[in-house]
Design a binder for this molecule. Sequence first.
Ligand SMILES: *Cc1c(COP(=O)(O)O)cnc(C)c1O
Length: 366
Amino acid sequence: MTNLEFRHTEAARLSPEEREALLVDPGFGNHFTDHMVSIVWTKDQGWHDAEVIPYGPIPMDPASSVLHYGQEIFEGLKAYRRPDGSIVTFRPEANAQRLNDSARRLALPEIPEELFVRAIHELVSIDADWVPTREDQSLYLRPFMIADESFLGVRSAERARFLVIASPAGPYFSGGVKPVSIWLSQDLARAGHGGTGAAKCGGNYAASLLPQQEAAENGCQQVLFTDTQTEDTIDELGGMNLFLVRTDGTLITPALNGNILSGITRRSLIELAKDRGLRVEERAVTVSEWREGVADGTISEAFACGTAAVITPIGSLKSSDFTIDFGDAAPGELTMSLREELTGIQFGLREDTHGWLDVIVPAKEA
Ligand SMILES: *Cc1c(COP(=O)(O)O)cnc(C)c1O
């Protein structure tokens, strides 16, 4: 299994000129590289047929289980180009472990961690020219797994496919980091006790889209979900974890309670904050505590975090009943300094003291 051979089809889809044109302003999730990875799993054979093939449509039987019962999980990580020309990814083994946690919950097969990491290496190596050289740009990698057995019976599928696709990504905030406003979803939830909230699966996102629309209708960019029972205990945003910052520098973030996703950005920021000697409290956090803390001046900043945007400062939290507003248009100081530190490590501008980076393409000899 570990020595599974990848078959390669090298031909590039786009010419170098077409690629360079797309890399000027790629946006997010719009364009895809020349290749993708595909590995098939069957109950009888395990993982086999590992391939690097031209990016394009995949064969899909209309009876494929994923289309009916939603057996799908995914990951998100980025490849960064450092000033010396080398290409790295950030903690890919953490993504592999989390994919397997999600796989267990969705009754999909686990994939060996080293096969996951090799798949990332295969794709980034062959599509290395797609890793942007412009400031703040990166190559977003989307590993995912679908159940593709043709069978309408309700049970876990006996055939699955693991794929990795890649998409060049521009800076998340064009024109500088700006605080966003968050809508508190009161009637609609993305996850509940015993559900799939801690798994990174498409179903959770499907459940978050209507509340996300409600947020947009109320002038907000993101949604905040609370525990469905208390409607006060904070879980997370649709696709990002949340932190509050106290005036004394303490960071507060909801504990991993089974409803929320264990973000790798969240975990990394906790370690960076602890390195600085800051206190980090992982525990139940409520909207009431946030409101009162802002009112009495003990909570000074709030931010959301995830791979795509790294850190997004939060300017206000709105609901149909109230608004919590930091009253200041500028992002918080600690928020921005943690953002700078983490992106500095990822882009090779700061020392990687934790050994988080995985070098895929080494620096070219001068
Ligand atoms: C992916 C994701 C996050 C962020 O995780 P990172 O590993 O930091 O990118 C947070 N919440 C949800 C629901 C997610 O799907």
